[in-house]
Each structure stands twice: as C-alpha cells, then as structure tokens.
Design a binder for this molecule. Structure first.
Ligand SMILES: Nc1ncnc2c1ncn2[C@@H]1O[C@H](COP(=O)(O)OP(=O)(O)OP(=O)(O)O)[C@@H](O)[C@H]1O
Ligand SMILES: [Mg+2]
Length: 370
C-alpha cells in the first residue's frame, strides 16, 4: 500500500508538436482504486508510463509515499505494471512468466509455487501453466501478463486496459476477481479502461482526461450525477446523456421553461427549476440521461408528461428498450420498459424525470451550479 501523488505532470514527446500531458494533478490515497478514462490518444498510457518510470517527465513530480521518484529507475520504484501491449518472455512457460518477478526477488521456491497456483486459479489459466506464450490466444496471453503482475506484492499496481482482449463473459469474471483482490489486499491501483461498467464498478474515484488535461476527478457517482462539464457528461454513460438546447423563457405563470420542438414542430415546454430564472433569455443545455425519459412512472418523482412523441427507432437490449425521439431535430435516447408495445414510427407518451436533469452553460459547456 502506498500513496501516489502526481504533481503538475508535464510531458512532451521528442519531436512532438504538442504537449501530451499538460499538468496533471492527482493525489491517490493509499489503497485507493483510481480509474483513468478518456478518448483514445488523450494521454492515459503516457501518464501510466511516466508513473512506472518508462517515460521521463518534462516538469512536475511523482511522489510515492511522499518520496519524489521522478528520477528513480523503473525497477526501483516497486511498481507492477500490466501494459496495454503486454509483452511476455517468449522463451519461458506461463508458470515461468508468472514466477519471474518473485525469482528475481529470491522468494523461496515453495512460496513461488503456491503464489503461481493461486494467481493461475484466479485468472483461470491453470491448464496453461506449462505452455509458451506463442501457444496461447490473445486473451490468454493478457491474463498471463496480469498474473505476472499479481504474483508480486508491489507498492503500486498499474493496469493499462488489462482486460481488453477478453470475451464479454470472461471480462466480467475477471472484473469480479480484480474487485475481490482489491478488497482483500487493499493495494493502490491505477487502472485504465475504455469500459464504462468497469470504470463505474471498480473505481473508488474516476479521473476523466481529455487532450492531456484532467477534466474531472471524483467518485463514480459524482462523475455520473454531477459532471462538471458537457465533455464528462457525454463521456460516461451508455447511451450517453442527452443534451437538449434552448433559451430560458417564462410560461404564462411566470415559471422558467425550456421551449423545445418535437419532430412535428410542436412545442414541448420543459419545466426548469426556479433558479433558472437567473438565466432568463440565455442559452442553456439541459442534460438528461436516457433512463430519465421513459414510458412508465416512477413512484414519487416529479415527472413531466409529454404529448405523444414519435419513436423513430427502437432497440431492444433485453432488460430494456432504447427508443429514439427527435427534439429540436436532434436524437434523444430514452430507456423504455421491456414490455413497451409501441412500434417504430408510432407515437408514445413519455415521462421526463426533470428533477434528475443537469444544466450547462451553452457557451462555456460548464455545469451551472445547483
Ligand atoms: N513515443 C511517442 N512519441 C511521440 N508521440 C507519442 C508517443 N507515444 C504516444 N504518443 C502520442 O501521445 C498521445 C497520447 O498517447 P497515449 O498512448 O498516451 O494515449 P492513450 O490515452 O493511452 O490512448 P489509447 O486509449 O488509444 O490507448 C497520442 O497523440 C500519441 O500519438
Ligand atoms: Mg493507451
């Protein structure tokens, strides 16, 4: 267990036109599971490689347990890393690969054997222990790479998309295993993933990056329910949050509303919270997740009922149906119950749980305070 403090990390690759990391500041607590997410190319692997010591930083500091390790050699940082492009020792068996880090540390053989067995069991690769990497599938190799890291007890684990090559079911199994492992060992983990569910279920906190900058750092709930800007709001969640644009106006009773149009050009007066009167005549964006637009009522929540709206597309997913309507000519996704009987092209009455909406300034794209 260790704390990891990233202080204003800056990184520009040689001959690169732009800075890849533009001052990343994250304080990771001892035993914390931090998940790093962001679009491809935003700098996640670069950040991981700088923590591991495989890439130099141009400015800032990396502190492990309060000690600046930015100039310490990778092997002396006591970090186990699983790379996005995992490389195994080709001439060693699976068992040899997993045991390697322990052998170097001169751990007694019986202890190594027990550890290899434990890790192999957890990763469901026991039958493969005597094979060489070339005799494995991509997903199996990835699990061996994971095993190699897990057989050690470093101060810090770095996982860069460790489950990306696994099939859906195995991926879920591994996710549970990783969660269990973290609960048992309580180690500090930094973990990169493109998988939303992985991020939401594993993380103590999620760091959302874009273009080498941190957009938001918070618990999964905070990231999901109180995104600081439209980028974060649109990035987490699938289907992503709907953005409904409009100008704040008042209805005949002097209450703030957002007047938007349905596919037929009919006005839909979405009610706004009282505080939106401060934004009268200004352009805002209402962010509403698909699960907050539905065909059925939730008990006790203040809902806004629409006139019937045309369902343009219906996509049954199993547990629910994703429906698409048009608002102001833009697609808006809603999550319907699996028993919804309407068909594409037909109109249906929908309930908007406006109390769950978040609001953004249309220009700055930042969330307006609650
Ligand atoms: N060795 C390098 N030299 C120059 N530029 C690099 C190097 N490695 C990465 N980059 C660039 O730095 C940026 C960040 O790359 P990085 O691999 O950190 O992205 P990432 O967030 O991990 O993306 P992905 O999700 O696709 O893995 C990219 O624009 C990439 O092209
Ligand atoms: Mg990467």
């Amino acid at each position: 267990m260790a704390t990891l403090h990233l202080k204003q990390i800056r990184k520009t690759y040689k001959n690169a036109a732009i800075e890849t990391l533009k001052g990343i500041d994250i304080q990771i607590e001892s035993g914390e599971f931090l998940i790093l997410v962001g679009p491809s190319g935003c700098g996640k692997s670069t950040l991981m490689n700088t923590i591991a010591g495989l890439e130099d930083i141009n400015a800032g500091a990396i502190e492990i347990d309060g000690v600046d390790v930015s100039q310490v050699a990778p092997k002396d940082r006591d970090i186990a890393m699983v790379f996005q492009s995992y490389a195994l020792y080709p001439n060693m068996t699976v068992a040899g690969n997993i045991a390697f880090g322990l052998k170097i540390r001169k751990v007694p053989k019986a202890e190594i054997d027990a550890e290899v067995k434990r890790v192999a069991e957890m990763l469901q690769i026991e039958p493969l222990l005597n094979r060489k990497p070339a005799q494995l599938s991509g997903g199996q190799r990835q699990r061996v790479a994971m095993g190699r890291a897990l057989a050690r007890r470093p101060k810090l684990y770095l996982f860069d998309e460790p489950l990306s090559n696994l099939d859906a079911k195995l991926r879920v199994d591994m996710r549970h295993q990783i969660k269990r492992l973290h609960q048992q060992l309580n180690t500090t983990i930094v973990y990169v993933t493109h998988d939303q569910i992985e991020a939401m279920t594993l993380a103590d906190r999620i760091a959302v990056m874009k273009d080498g900058e941190l957009q938001q750092l918070g618990t999964p709930k905070e990231i999901y329910n109180q995104p600081e800007n439209m980028f974060v709001a649109g990035f987490m969640g699938s289907p992503s949050m709907n953005f409904i644009r409009g100008t704040v106006t008042l209805d005949v009773q002097n209450r703030p509303i957002l007047e938007v149009q349905d596919a037929a050009g009919k006005i839909l007066p979405l009610p706004l919270p009282e505080r939106m009167k401060d934004m009268l005549h200004q352009d805002i964006v209402m962010g509403l997740r698909p699960e907050h637009i539905s065909d059925h009522l939730e008990n006790g929540t203040p809902l806004f009922t629409t006139h019937a709206l045309t369902m343009e597309v219906l996509e049954p997913t199993g547990p629910d149906i994703i429906g698409m309507i048009k608002v102001n000519d833009e697609d808006v996704a809603c999550r319907l119950s699996p028993t919804f009987e309407g068909r594409a092209g037909e109109a249906a009455t929908l309930y908007f749980d406006i109390s769950k909406a978040v609001y953004f300034d249309a220009e700055t794209e930042k969330r307006l305070d609650d």
